[in-house]
Write a protein that binds this ligand. Structure first.
Ligand SMILES: [Zn+2]
Length: 512
């Protein structure tokens, strides 16, 4: 089958909710590829309303369709093609006359739990593609950073940038700043001597020292310096407050001259965590743990947080209440990180994404579709009946006219009214027929679903941490870790009971 792809993003606010054009096109291409279809054209409209037919991309696409040699138009969502009923009808009519099918990835699924399940798989994938895309953009920055250059604009306080020739380009390198580097070092020393962020800020302010932007110091500013690994010579890319949490951060070690030693820095981090009462600095430590945010303590319901043994060699999920407040607050749950993670991933693959499960899902979706056909057919019959009876009434009026029982003046408005009613019913009938036809092409087959699931499996098995995290958040509501079992609650409706109880012998609780 030869298909053309059409993607659009709207111009207004909603654009943020839209899948980007490249992401739409990637998803469509992947879908076509899986189906074994040939893509013969790709058309897009950026920032134009779907209410108008006056879109260059759309016009080009329709022109291509009129040339022939196209079997279907593939869109991400039907509203990408048109938001306006008339425009939509016009496009529809045109495609139909050309014998070209219109296929939407998104609308292929009805609103039943099963339909939503499949839709979710598709959406997860689309998101996956769009995240990959933002990673592509980040790659440039990463490459620059990996080669030892500073990829951002303003340097962090304590450093300045110096220009370095790099082939034809001028890049920047971080070097200590004569004025502020000593102040940064002093902040670390003051903190290690037992002063808090507020006190340190006060000391500096009282001495008349200002920040590099001429402002007074705040505790917040002090803490952000104390937490920033840039001062040990490291650069973390893709994990700032502005970057998406789904991006895998890149931690480059020893890329520039440090202002404090690694030992000092680590001591400060420990102190920060200890004093803040948090087990780890969320910004820098949250991400290596795949299940944070999902895993909970089965004893007290608190979150499980990532912790590591003193050696740093073993990592655990530990009840945060136990960790912070000790045995008095919760007798505690602690599980080896790798074991819990591989266990959950494996469960997901064996419980949710099983061929049997998917077969059943496809079956359920198609059953729902069959129920829809029944509903539509009943409605069609009802309307047909109504049309007949209206026509009969119309005929009776004409009879009355012929036999002269009633005059034309009396009958004219009634005839007009009936004719209008019949027209409306016929229109409705046509619409329903179209809906029926459209549903016909929405039937899901096992092959379609399996193709996507295979891709998801790949993400689960080989994906980066951020990809895995994203997927898990989509399908798992929570994971409760008890002494003797783990309860996984899924977000996805699936044919089996929502909760899966897994009995665990000592495997998970052995700490080695
Ligand atoms: Zn607990």
């Amino acid at each position: 089958m030869r298909v053309v792809l059409y993607a659009r993003v709207s111009s207004h606010k909603q654009a943020e909710k839209d899948l980007s054009i490249p992401a739409q096109i990637r998803a469509l291409k992947a879908f076509a590829h899986e189906q074994g279809w040939t893509v013969v054209g790709v058309y897009e409209d950026k920032g134009v309303s779907g209410r108008t037919g006056n879109r260059p991309g759309l016009q080009n696409m329709l022109r291509r369709v009129r040339q022939g040699g196209v079997d279907a138009v593939l869109v991400w969502k039907l509203d990408r093609l048109a938001r306006n009923v008339e425009v939509s009808a016009a496009i529809d009519g045109l495609l139909r006359r050309q014998g070209v099918k219109l296929i939407s990835l998104h609308e292929s699924f009805d609103d039943s739990p099963q339909g939503r399940f499949i839709a979710r798989i598709f959406e997860t994938l689309a998101e996956f593609y769009s995240n990959n895309l933002s990673q592509d953009i980040c790659r440039g920055i990463r490459e620059v950073a990996q080669r030892g250059f500073y990829p951002h604009g303003r340097p962090p306080i304590g450093y300045k940038t110096v220009p370095v020739q790099d082939g034809p380009a001028i890049r920047k390198k971080l070097v200590p700043d004569e004025v502020y580097a000593p102040i940064v070092r002093r902040i670390f020393r003051l903190y290690l001597s037992g002063k808090g962020g507020k006190e340190i800020a006060k000391i500096l302010n009282d001495e008349g020292i200002r920040t590099n932007t001429g402002n007074r110091w705040s505790a917040q500013r002090i803490y952000s310096i104390l937490r920033n690994p840039v001062y040990v010579g490291d650069l973390v890319i893709g994990m700032g407050p502005h970057s998406s949490e789904n991006q895998k951060p890149l931690w480059l070690r020893n890329v520039h001259e440090p202002l404090v030693s690694r030992e000092e820095f680590e001591r400060v981090q420990e102190l920060l965590n200890y004093r803040a009462g948090t087990p780890s600095a969320p910004r820098w430590h949250a991400s290596p743990y795949l299940l944070t945010g999902l895993a909970r303590c089965g004893r007290c319901g608190a979150a499980l947080c990532g912790t590591s043994a003193k050696s740093g060699k073993f990592h655990y999920y530990t009840c945060v209440r136990y960790y912070k407040q000790g045995k008095g607050a919760c007798s505690g749950v602690r599980v080896r990180k790798e074991k819990l993670e591989s266990f959950v991933l494996e469960k997901l693959l064996t419980v949710i994404l099983t061929p049997q499960n998917l077969d059943r899902l496809v079956e359920l979706v198609n059953e729902e579709l069959a129920a829809d056909f029944e509903r539509i057919d009943e409605e069609l019959e009802r309307i047909d009946h109504e049309i007949r009876s209206q026509k009969a009434r119309l005929a009776r009026l004409f009879d009355a006219l012929e036999t002269g029982k009633l005059g034309l003046d009396d009958l004219a408005p009634r005839i007009k009214g009936l004719r209008e009613a019949i027209e409306q019913l016929q229109e409705k009938y046509g619409e329903l027929l179209e809906e029926r036809e459209a549903r016909e092409s929405f039937k899901v087959d096992r092959q379609t679903v399996l193709a996507y699931v295979r891709e998801l499996e790949k993400v689960l098995r080989e994906g980066s941490l951020s990809e895995q995290k994203m997927f898990l958040a989509n399908v798992i509501k929570k994971i409760e870790v008890h002494d003797e079992k783990i309860v996984i609650e899924y977000r996805l409706p699936h044919p089996k009971p929502q909760e899966e109880e897994i009995l665990l012998p000592q495997v998970l609780h052995s700490t080695k």
